[in-house]
Each structure stands twice: as structure tokens, then as C-alpha cells.
Write a protein that binds this ligand. Structure first.
Ligand code: G4P
Length: 530
């Protein structure tokens, strides 16, 4: 079991990917239909129902249910044919794009779901920019083709114009949105005719039909589809594996998660086109080959997912080797041993203990208290992977305990939520721990922070918005100068970085121009829109 050949074989079967979409485009529905087609669930409806039941298992997920947003991400592992798929969920709301970035650091490919009636929406663009900064291969799914929507040729153009990926349809619809009969496979020219099932609860029957019969049965809809296909042939908009893998073109699939049309073709494409785990590079840019001893990195920390188990999970992506429960591993940053006796995977909220894992898999280490986001864990030869960068915060607030007798709980909660990366916690060494400044990408992060402090740590907290507009990382010498200028505050982040907060963005720009010798580092250069 413990040989290199087995590790590379297992890695080759893995597909580790995420679905990104604007809220409501159909990410949850598509996830559910993937599980249906993979045979992991018998009856579609259970995942969405499960989402509705979340409040029973977790208080703070109640908040996301009420708000209709997805804050937590889960990992689904399921077999599909000879493959093992690891599907990582990503939050849909823009305020949580930093969480999305962390998840995308752990995947090898992405499915971008668009609502055919709406095309590229604001959040699709924002999330896509995160993919671009990581050069991830992207498969595109035009969803909701069962109802009236836009011309798919126009949508292809929009993908090219707005996100700059060459759109190469793998399948093409027969019938307009709202009158959707099936899809043509552009490689084979065969027509797959779909039949709806009630509520899309079971797989949609598929019939593969040759061109002659399709022409006779589908009439004008077939002609229109063929015309479009000839146009696509003429401009050579054909699926091209090397440019897809390089993040330059995107194979496009058309379908409907609701009626299950096109779901199997998309899953097959994940198996056929999406890359298996590849060796990762360490900070010195050396490859850690897949067959090396175990290594991985932590991309997400989540505590108190279930109030019945007050615990803390560190989710790590396996980068190399064979992970076995109970094995000895170490954290590169702290040099300390990491417990691997309790390791779980999460299928929605149902946890299962896992005994082993291979490159591409996600492991949830239970109560590995020392671990932080971005940490490398390893066995055998020491390795350090690049960390997961923080986003430049755009909103700021201070947090004050409402009940002074709960100060201990307040501190504990802040420390925990800081480690989870819910917000960035900044401290003034002169004031200690009583009124930290919080920095975030979006205000919803503050709401989650306050809600969790109150519900999980019994420390009701007041969030008072702060007048700052920007943050830069600085150093001691520059801080001495910055302190002389009004409207700037110097604080410390928990990773010991010294940061400067600016009340006025324009003054910051001016300062960068007038005093270029000052250290004013943008928190994360790769961030979209920063
Ligand atoms: P999200 O996770 O991206 O936010 O989207 P989600 O799957 O929750 O879908 C949002 C809404 O769009 C849901 O309707 C869902 O049923 C619908 N939907 C998803 N895929 C399709 C599709 O292919 N065709 C059509 N017509 N609708 C689709 P809802 O009314 O919010 O919920 P529900 O009452 O259907 O459960």
C-alpha cells in the first residue's frame, strides 16, 4: 500500500474542484445533481433540504439560512466512475471572497455557473478574478436553459469580453432557452435528447440520436443549432486542452440543474478535462513530487460547526504522499507534532472519520489547536508551501464587549475567530486586548463575528464602525514617521505584522507619491479590485 506507484495511481483518479457562481445562479442545485448522478444520494432534494435543517445542528448557520447566504464551506467527496471527486463549496457572497480565495487555493479546477438569463453577474466576475490570480482551469456551465434566457452566442461573447477567457463550447443546445430539447456534442456531432422527470428528482432519461433522425424530429430547432455549430467551427471555438489547463480558454457546457439536462456531460468533463493533482511547489520553488512522504497545507479553520461537538477543525489539502490516520506529522511553522488520531471528512454536516487520504483529498484535523491558515504540515522531509495571503481589508470597526463580566470569553472568542480568519484582528499595544480593531473585506464579516461571539462564546459584543479607509503593512522606521501625520493609526496584526490604517485613501496615495521611501505594502497584490 505504501509505495509510490499506488500514490500516483490514486492521485490520478482525484479531481479536486469548486463551483463558483453569483448567488442564485444554481450552485447548490448543481452540487445536488452531481451527487445524484454520482449515486451518492438517491433522491435529489436532500441537499437543499439539508441546507434547511442546518439550524438544527448549528446556531450560526441559522444566520446564514435566514440571510440566504452561504458562509461556511463544506467538502464533499464522492466516487464518479473510476474517479474520486472532491468538491469544495465556496461562499457566494462577495463579503466572503477571502474565504473563497482560501478554498480556491486548495482546488485544481473550477466550474463557473452562469444563469443563462443573466450572464456574467457582479459576483461571478469578482470570483473569477480570484481564479485568474491563481491561473485555475475553468469549466463554464450555462444553467437554467429550461427557461427563457439570452442567446447563447451572445453569452459566449460576454464571457470573452468580460472575463477574457476564450469560450469554447463542448456542447451546444438544441432549442432556445425555455424550449430546451437537448445538446449536441460538438466533437461527435451526436444529439442527446433529454426528457424531464418530475421535480428533477431522478436522472433525466437521455437518448443519443444521430443527425438524420434529429433533423427529422427537431425540425427548425435542429437547423438553428447546426447553423450555430458551423459558425463556431468557422471561428475554431473548439475545446483546447492546453489552453484550458493554462487558464486561457474555457470549455462551455449548456444545461439545467433543475431538470438535470447536461449534468452528466459536465461531470464527465470534470473527469476527462479537469487536471488531477499535480506536484506543488514549496517556497523555494522546488517541486514536492506526489510520491514524496505526506505533505499538505491548511486552508480553512472552523470551530464550533456543531454545538454538540465544541471543537475546532483545521481543513488541509493533501499535496503529496499517503496520509494515514494516527501517523506522525509536524507543522513546519511551529515545529510541533500535529495530532492525527481524529480526522474527519465532512459530507454536508455529517462527519465521517477517515483512515487515509491521497493527493487532492481534503482532511479535517480535529482539535489540532496549533494550526493556522496557510500552515504546511508534513511527514518525512521538511517542506514549506507558500502561505495563503490575506486580502486587503476595505472596512474597519472596533469591537467592544457589552458585558464587562464576560471579558474572558470575549478574549477567547476573539482569539479563536482571528485564527479562523473570520476577520483580521488588529491591536494597539497600549490598549491591550479590550478594544481591538477589526478589518474585513465586507461588513457581513463583522456581523458573523459579533453573532458568533455572542452565540458561541456568550460574549455579546458591540461593533462600532471606524472611519478608516485603507490599510498598509509597514515597519518600525516608517511607523515613527507615520505617527507624526494626522489620520493614521499604527496597530499590530496577530501575525506580528505592523499595520497602518488611513482615514483618507487620497492622503495615502499622496503619501505614497511624496514619500516613496516609506514602507507601505499593499496587503495582497493579487487581490481583485484592490
Ligand atoms: P445558488 O446555490 O447558486 O444560490 O442557487 P440555488 O441552487 O439555490 O438555486 C437558486 C434558485 O434557482 C432556486 O430556486 C433553484 O431551484 C433555481 N434553479 C437552479 N437551477 C435551475 C435551473 O436549471 N432552472 C431553473 N428554472 N431554476 C433553477 P428557488 O425558487 O430559490 O428555490 P426552490 O423553491 O426551487 O427550492
Amino acid at each position: 500500500m505504501e509505495n509510490g506507484a499506488n500514490i500516483s495511481e490514486e492521485a490520478l483518479r482525484r479531481r479536486t474542484f469548486a463551483i463558483i457562481s453569483h448567488p442564485d445562479a444554481g450552485k447548490t442545485s448543481l452540487t445536488e445533481k452531481f451527487l445524484l448522478y454520482a449515486g451518492a444520494i438517491q433522491d435529489a432534494g436532500s441537499v437543499r433540504a439539508r441546507a434547511g435543517q442546518r439550524s438544527a445542528t448549528s446556531d450560526w448557520m441559522e444566520m446564514e439560512r435566514q440571510r440566504g447566504i452561504s458562509i461556511s464551506s463544506t467538502v464533499l467527496q464522492f466516487p464518479y466512475g473510476d474517479h474520486v471527486f472532491n468538491l469544495l463549496d465556496t461562499p457566494g457572497h462577495r463579503d466572503f471572497s477571502e474565504d473563497t480565495y482560501r478554498v480556491l487555493a486548495a482546488v485544481d479546477a473550477v466550474i463557473m455557473v452562469l444563469d443563462t438569463a443573466k450572464g456574467i453577474e457582479a459576483q461571478t466576475l469578482k470570483l473569477f478574478n480570484v481564479c485568474r490570480s491563481r491561473n485555475l482551469p475553468v469549466l463554464t456551465f450555462f444553467n437554467k436553459f429550461d427557461r427563457p434566457g439570452r442567446d447563447p452566442l451572445e453569452l459566449l461573447d460576454e464571457v470573452e469580453q468580460q472575463i477574457g477567457l476564450r469560450a469554447t463550447p463542448a456542447t451546444w443546445p438544441v432549442g432556445q432557452p425555455g424550449d430546451f430539447r437537448g445538446t449536441i456534442d460538438r466533437r461527435t456531432g451526436l444529439f442527446t435528447k433529454y426528457t424531464r422527470t418530475a421535480r428533477g428528482a431522478a436522472e433525466a432519461p437521455e437518448e443519443i440520436i444521430d443527425a438524420e433522425r434529429a433533423a427529422a424530429e427537431e425540425g427548425d430547432a435542429w437547423k438553428v443549432a447546426l447553423d450555430s455549430c458551423s459558425l463556431l467551427d468557422a471561428i475554431e471555438a473548439n475545446v483546447d486542452l492546453p489552453s484550458f489547463l493554462a487558464g486561457k480558454s474555457t470549455p462551455v457546457f449548456v444545461g439545467s440543474a433543475l431538470t438535470n439536462f447536461g449534468v452528466r456531460a459536465l461531470l464527465d468533463a470534470v473527469a476527462e478535462l479537469a487536471p488531477p493533482p499535480l506536484p506543488r511547489f514549496d517556497i523555494a520553488e522546488n517541486e514536492r513530487v506526489l510520491e514524496s512522504p505526506f505533505s499538505g497545507f491548511v486552508f480553512k479553520i472552523q470551530a464550533n460547526m456543531d454545538p454538540n461537538h465544541r471543537d475546532r477543525l483545521a481543513f488541509a489539502r493533501v499535496c503529496s504522499g499517503h496520509f494515514e490516520r494516527g501517523m506522525d506529522i509536524e507543522c513546519t511553522r511551529s515545529g510541533r507534532a500535529v495530532g492525527t488520531k481524529y480526522v474527519t471528512t465532512a459530507f454536508g454536516n455529517d462527519r465521517e472519520t477517515i483512515e487515509e487520504a491521497f493527493p487532492g483529498d481534503i482532511i479535517g484535523l480535529v482539535n489540532a489547536g496549533d494550526l493556522r491558515i496557510g500552515d504546511t504540515i508534513y511527514a518525512g522531509k521538511k517542506v514549506e508551501f507558500p502561505g495563503v495571503p490575506r486580502f486587503a481589508p476595505e472596512v474597519f470597526a472596533s469591537a467592544r464587549p457589552l458585558d464587562r463580566s464576560k471579558i474572558k470569553q470575549f478574549r477567547k472568542g476573539i482569539e479563536q475567530l482571528d485564527q479562523e480568519g473570520v476577520v483580521q484582528v488588529l491591536r494597539d499595544l497600549d490598549f491591550g486586548d479590550t478594544e481591538p480593531v477589526l478589518a474585513a473585506v465586507g461588513v457581513l464579516q463583522f456581523e458573523v463575528f459579533a453573532y458568533r461571539l455572542s452565540s458561541e462564546f456568550s460574549a455579546p459584543t458591540e461593533i462600532i464602525s471606524s472611519p478608516y479607509q485603507a490599510m498598509r503593512i509597514t515597519d518600525k522606521a516608517s511607523a515613527d514617521r507615520l505617527r507624526q501625520i494626522g489620520g493614521i493609526r499604527i496597530l499590530y496584526r496577530s501575525d506580528n505584522e505592523m499595520v497602518a490604517l488611513f482615514e483618507n485613501k487620497y492622503r495615502l496615495q499622496r503619501l505614497e507619491k511624496d514619500e516613496p521611501e516609506l514602507t507601505l505594502k499593499l496587503v495582497f497584490d493579487g487581490q481583485p479590485d484592490s
